[in-house]
Design a protein around this ligand. Structure first.
Ligand code: MG
Length: 382
């Protein structure tokens, strides 16, 4: 079943504290509004209307950069008028198509919630996600004794709330009360049947300043951990020092390569690129390009770390193993950890460098070359 969405983002959100209205503030590096737009796009919404102010319309292109399939409509003086403006902007859609009306201040909208609301709507005039009230309710009226209330049959209403577009337009036209507190209320008042779909505790409405701290923590639930691994080897040749994990070590040989041949940095760079599906080091720094002749490999690692950041991701930890008979790595391990931590902007305890031999077997055992392997964990938006 196709559906459209209206996201109401016209409020000033003064309860959330001074400064920017809450729908424009970032949560985990992404504007609150963008979370919902991405959720509706992922659920294949046929059209998404964002109802906002004149200033908001200007902010949209920046906040929703790279996303298509949405349009803006101008908000009204009240939430109900803003919703009606959003519905009017969907005039090109079938009038019996479901419209999901969502508060921009609820960023953690899941596909499961959207599908649940659409399913509930199949047997009702309107539908909303809601959670049963779990806390005991107390009424404290000034001048009266505290009273414990029954929570039986009580629900916490969330959004998106859905009905066919013509149902919503008719119900708003017939509504004669004050400002309705949500969208199914106008359908209820018009005699429509409203169904409840499963709500989601993550679908909290960001209202107060402290809600943003909680949202930052909840955003972790909307992120995934990725793992990448890398391997590299270089041949020993004549020289006086060798670069390993960004540290120069005096040695009676050096590693031969197009760049500085730092196999530790190369393996780690490949591991990071692997974790984010960005190819390998040769794609980004072709050995055929004279620009990289003798290049310091820390810039390769830095570039990979910047690609992670550009995806809204973060490196969790890295672990490098150097495989050689000589030189002895142990005296240099701490310096290597500190250098890698510095390049990656990580605490040292999230950076590991280990060393092993191959018991004189194979190319590393015979002293023909040195090998390095690396593993990295990265967290990114889901
Ligand atoms: Mg290499």
């Amino acid at each position: 079943m196709t559906f459209s969405a209206v996201i109401v983002a016209a409020g000033s959100g003064t309860r959330a504290g001074p400064g920017q209205a809450k729908q424009w503030r970032p949560v985990a590096g992404k504007a609150v509004l963008r979370w919902s737009v991405e959720a509706f796009l992922a659920a294949d919404a046929a059209d998404i209307v964002i109802v906002t102010t004149e200033d908001g319309e200007k902010a949209l292109t920046e906040v929703l950069a790279g996303l298509s399939g949405w349009r803006a409509a101008r908000g009204g003086a009240t939430r109900a008028l803003s919703v009606q403006s959003g519905l009017a902007a969907l005039a090109h859609r079938p009038e019996n198509e479901p419209v999901l009306i969502h508060d921009a201040a609820r960023p953690f909208l899941s596909g499961a919630t959207i599908q649940g609301v659409l399913r509930a709507l199949e047997s009702a005039d309107a539908a909303l996600p809601a959670l049963p009230v779990a806390d005991t309710l107390k009424r404290a009226k000034p001048g009266a004794d505290l009273l414990t209330m029954s929570r039986e049959h009580l629900w916490r209403a969330q959004t998106p709330q859905a009905a066919q577009r013509k149902t919503l337009i008719d119900a708003h036209a017939r509504w004669s009360g004050g400002e309705p507190t949500d969208d199914v209320q106008v359908v209820e008042a018009a005699g429509g049947r409203v169904a409840i779909a499963p709500g989601d505790p993550l679908l909290m409405k960001l209202t107060y300043p402290e809600d943003f701290a909680m949202a930052e923590r909840l955003a972790g639930a909307a992120r995934i951990t990725r793992v990448g691994q890398g391997f590299d080897a270089h041949r020993w040749g004549p020289g006086e020092e060798v670069w390993l994990c960004g540290v120069a070590i005096k040695h009676d040989e050096t590693l031969i390569g197009h760049s500085d041949a730092d196999a530790g940095l190369h393996a780690l760079t490949d591991a990071i690129l692997g974790a984010i599906g960005e190819g390998d080091i040769g794609d980004h720094f072709p050995p055929t390009d004279p620009k990289w002749k003798g290049a310091a490999s820390d810039q390769f690692l830095k570039h990979a770390a910047e690609l992670v950041a550009a995806k809204g991701g973060a490196i969790i930890n890295v672990d490098v193993t150097l495989i050689c008979e000589r030189p002895k790595i142990k005296p240099h391990r701490q310096a290597m950890r500190e250098r890698l931590a510095e390049i990656l902007g990580l605490p040292v305890d999230r950076v590991s460098v280990k060393a092993t031999t191959t018991e004189k077997m194979g190319f590393t055992g015979r002293g023909e070359g040195l090998a390095a392997s690396a593993v990295v964990a990265v967290e990114t938006p889901a």
